[in-house]
Write a protein that binds this ligand. Sequence first.
Ligand SMILES: [Zn+2]
Length: 235
Amino acid sequence: MRAKRSNPATLRTGSAKRCQLVFGIDLTSTAVKPSACLALDTEGQLIYFGFLATDADIISVQNFYSPRVIAIDAPLSLPLGMCCLEKSCPCRPNSGEKNRKCDRELRRYGIPCYPTTKETFIKELIYRGISLKNKLCHQGFRVIEVYPYATKIRLFGKAIPPKTTREGMTFLKRELANLLPSLSPYLHLFDHNLCDAAMAAYTGLLCHENITEALGDGEEGLIFIPKASQGKRSP
Ligand SMILES: [Zn+2]
């Protein structure tokens, strides 16, 4: 495998090619800050984790592992009617409302999320997400948008301590160890970005098993979150 990795904390097994995988990516705005990535097989076993910088590196690793689902934590579409996020362009949402339908549905559930308006502070991340999704879809991969914060609220309830605190990381790692016991030996190496990549991959796994709910409009863009009633996989 020729893909460069910027972090040695990587695990591979020889059987990766033979089993079906799902991939989670906690995408960053630019290659300057590498993106945490994690792959599970469809039994929930950890296959890979690491940090990948460029889109080319991410695509190389996807081609190597050929996952069934690639779950990306970043907005992967714009509101219908908008061609860009530039204030100088006259494009406007067809809906006449701010943000995408999936963003508005998340907010109706009481889950705050990033804006997808021209006032957004994550413009570069949205552009990168859309571009990466298009490249991966062009190669035949199934790419879904996920939002680990929403996954956590669906799975663990609203009283989640912030991931920026020690208490929050302890909580998150304990819950990840419950959901995915194969992560346990490595969790001490995980920062909150890798934890989010793990939550993204887990959401991809739930999607593969048809136990996710798709918020939003199919033509515009969907966010996949665990179904309210049965989000957790049976062991
Ligand atoms: Zn435009």
